[in-house]
Write a protein that binds this ligand. Sequence first.
Ligand code: DQA
Length: 143
Amino acid sequence: KKILLIHGPNLNLLGEREPGIYGRDSMASINAEVVDKCQKNGMECVVFQSNSEGAIIDRIHAAREDCDAIILNAGAYTHYSIAIRDAIAAVRLPVVEVHLSNVYAREEFRHVSVIGPVCAGVIAGFGKNSYLLAVDAVKGLLA
Ligand code: DQA
């Protein structure tokens, strides 16, 4: 099985971006751990990052052809991108929504996820472990 890990806007700056909230691990080091955990669980993992809504939508569409499930941290788009929500609904692949921070313990505008209702489930608040837990979630979904 092949997993697509998508990082949305500003997540390319992980490690230097608000480390008190998002931790000191770089996106590259988190990716390496996720890829490694997927491999140990008999799954392949490809990674995509973009700061652009349209590019994220295009990659979700392309996943119809080349992936079995998606782990998605849509960053701030989580809270207002109906277009990403519609892309998830359109492709009918299982998507696990992930956040490093506990969005429900933060500003009120982060309490709403417009993509949550079309995702298989949500993991938030465990730092980089949110991504690693998502690998377990995806494995269960595809079993
Ligand atoms: C985030 C939470 C979002 O509210 C924020 O805009 C991000 C990162 C997280 O991983 O905690 O960019 O998705």
